[in-house]
Write a protein that binds this ligand. Structure first.
Ligand code: FAD
Length: 348
């Protein structure tokens, strides 16, 4: 008989883990209560191998990217649907120093992610780029809401999706198994994003909420299909429809969209791109971040409740690699990497 696993939370973390755990042979149940603070529903969905702050490569990119491609190819084949679009990413250089730094990197060993080709400002809409534009390779976009909705419908069709809140008090242990709703589980994995209040035994995990806001714009004169970055990103969604984001607020008091963040985004947009626009939508979510910027996997106490999360601003890239690691750990006892292991939060 295959081992049973209950996942609490069906955001990116829970959905990717659910599909990988099932593929590995687990009998998977998943629950979600659609709370408004969830991050995945509002994620940009961008995959960007380069961190523009210092033009460094994203952490573990050479290991994460192949696993992400492998996972997305497998789910696209399974569902006969397209979730991921490879898109080049145009970086509007912030200074001449950045342009020079880019040229040096693109000629070196990390050059496979930084194109040495200079991009012409060839859009019909003018992008203010006095220092030029560079192109990041191997970037792309996951349509996260579409992926989540397909994953949910799949588990609904198997009668393994539970539309409800689950808290630690709803579970008890019997014969070394977790019992919830009279169903016995070998493992319970909480994938609850920033929400940890229902889980006293996970209270030492320090998941820090970071609020992000985006606006969706109608740009009737825009015709480009690349992602553009000028301090903020602009992502093509549909004909004339673009997502502009995202803000970072490290001290959020709530999860609601704010006028301040909207103005910040629109000001940055208007400084760099001259074209008429209308705001179609404005959204906010809370990114689950951690102090050491590393995800959290596993349990704190031996045979305790497991956690998978802390994916920060890079959920799309991190989720497949680290859920695969957690699945191997639960199935075969394969050790978790120390830097992502939940046990790093153990109080000494
Ligand atoms: C504005 C914004 C833009 C972003 N852009 C990008 C991007 O471009 N690229 C990228 O890779 N990442 C991006 N991110 C980050 C990404 O969204 C997160 O890393 C990722 O979505 C986190 O997923 P999660 O499943 O851990 O958490 P969540 O998405 O928050 O999911 C947690 C789920 O658990 C459910 N839940 C919680 N508690 C319970 C309970 N007790 N019972 C039942 N259900 C429960 C919630 O309803 C929720 O659905 C962005 C985030 C934001 C906010």
């Amino acid at each position: 008989m295959c081992a049973k696993i209950l996942l609490v939370g069906q955001g990116l973390a829970g959905s990717v883990l659910a599909l990988q755990a099932e593929e590995a042979g687990f009998d998977v149940h998943i629950a979600d209560d659609d709370r408004p603070i969830r991050a995945s529903q509002w994620a940009g969905g961008l995959v960007n191998p380069v961190s523009f702050k210092r033009l460094t490569l994203s952490w573990k990119i050479d290991e994460l990217l192949p696993v992400m491609y492998q996972f997305l190819t497998a789910v696209e084949t399974k569902f006969q649907l397209k979730f991921y679009t490879p898109l080049n990413f145009h970086r509007v250089f912030a200074s001449i120093e950045e342009q020079n730094q880019w040229d040096v990197i693109s000629e070196g060993p990390k050059g496979k992610y930084y194109s040495s080709k200079r991009i012409e400002n060839r859009n019909s809409v003018a992008v203010e780029a006095p220092f030029g534009i560079g192109e990041v390779l191997h970037a792309g976009w996951l349509n996260v809401p579409h992926f989540l909705s397909v994953a949910r419908n799949y588990f609904i069709s198997k009668q393994k999706f539970h539309q409800q809140t689950i808290a630690e008090k709803d579970l008890h242990k019997k014969d070394n198994m977790w019992v919830w709703n009279e169903i016995k589980f070998d493992f319970v994995v909480v994938c609850s994003g920033v929400s940890l209040t229902e889980w006293p035994s996970l209270s030492t995990l320090n998941v820090i909420p970071n609020k992000g806001e985006t606006v969706t714009l109608n740009l009737p004169e825009a015709d480009w299909n690349e992602m553009i970055h000028f301090g903020n990103f602009l992502l093509p969604l549909d004909t004339n429809k673009y997502k502009l984001g995202a803000t970072f607020d490290w001290s959020p008091t709530d999860e609601f969209p704010t006028e301040t963040a909207k103005e910040e985004l629109l000001k940055a947009f208007q400084c760099h791109i001259r074209t008429p626009f209308q705001v179609l939508q404005h959204n906010a979510g809370l990114r689950p971040t951690t102090k050491d910027r590393r995800p959290i996997l596993g349990c704190i106490e031996e045979n305790g409740i497991q956690f998978f999360g802390g994916l920060g601003a890079k959920g799309v890239l991190l989720a497949p690699y680290f859920s695969k690691m957690l699945v191997a750990h639960l199935m075969h006892g394969t050790p978790l990497d120390h830097e992502v292991n939940a046990k790093r939060y153990l109080k000494s």
